[in-house]
Design a protein around this ligand. Sequence first.
Ligand SMILES: Nc1ncnc2c1ncn2[C@@H]1O[C@H](COP(=O)(O)OP(=O)(O)OP(=O)(O)O)[C@@H](O)[C@H]1O
Length: 334
Amino acid sequence: MPALEIDDLRVTYRGSRGDIPAVRGISFSLEPGDTLGLAGESGCGKSTVAAAVLRLLPADTEVTGRILVDGEDILTMSFGKLRAVRWAGASIVFQGAMHSLNPVHRIGRQIAEPIVLHENVTAEAAEKRAVELMSQVGLPAWRARSYPHELSGGQRQRVMIAMALACAPQLIIADEATTALDVMIQAQVLKLLKGLVSERGIALVMISHDLSVLADTCEQLAVMYAGKLVEQGPSKEVFAAAKHPYAAALSAAFPTVGDPAERRNPHGLAGDPPDPSALPTGCPFHPRCPVVMDECSSATVELRHARPDWRAACLRVEDRAATTTTTAMALGEA
Ligand SMILES: Nc1ncnc2c1ncn2[C@@H]1O[C@H](COP(=O)(O)OP(=O)(O)OP(=O)(O)O)[C@@H](O)[C@H]1O
């Protein structure tokens, strides 16, 4: 059974100046142990997808479609059931650790809290587990007695990661979870997450603006534009030779995987992402697209398979598939 199954998810915020369709029909699923990186420019809807999975969106937000976590329908379950799923079934690590921690409780107690809540263990046993988790994310045991304000931003972020791991969930969503950490700690935490997902069969959705981190950590890469997936496939291949021109431009702006010192030629993308409440007709990327054709401004462009494990929403997928194959053959990889 998939650890996470999202089927035609649509999320519309109610704004004072009208509705904002932030997510416009997204589907994907992850088996236990699968890792998916979700990328895209600011405002494309990545965090909205993350928040929808644990029903953390503002109350008046319209959400349709299906979200199944371990087979259970998140959107229709009772609040009591939802509380049981949060932390133990699925947990989220957001970037803003500062605001998520309780300022008046010590760190050790806060990490222990979800363990006490979900498992039949004493506070003492839970605090012992908390210290073990802290060492896994690179925090010394004595920090268990510190208060949040005594920690740096990076240390607080590691506390949040320890909390997310505390109840051994089947699904972890990391939303820019390591972005604020320095390079060494980021590498350490990413290695830890990678190790845990493969050892324990945890499914991981990692959201980041940094495509090279995603390609390095996740097996699959999904790229969003204007509330939709425009490409999803094996991450290293997508990163190296994306089939959607937006995903290609995004990849080109990041250092090559495995060699952060090398920067590929960024093809600068003109313009900004569209306002979700005033989207262009046809393919929403067409006004910025370097390979736009006449029909792109009117055609409805859905995801189509370039390969069984690779899909992209571009009328030119077949052209680009041909180009990629030719290049791979020239390099002796096909
Ligand atoms: N609570 C909210 N009320 C109204 N609109 C919102 C709300 N949260 C997000 N939005 C809008 O929904 C769209 C998608 O936002 P979202 O935060 O999901 O994007 P994102 O890709 O995660 O961006 P970032 O990388 O900046 O976090 C944006 O247009 C944003 O302004």
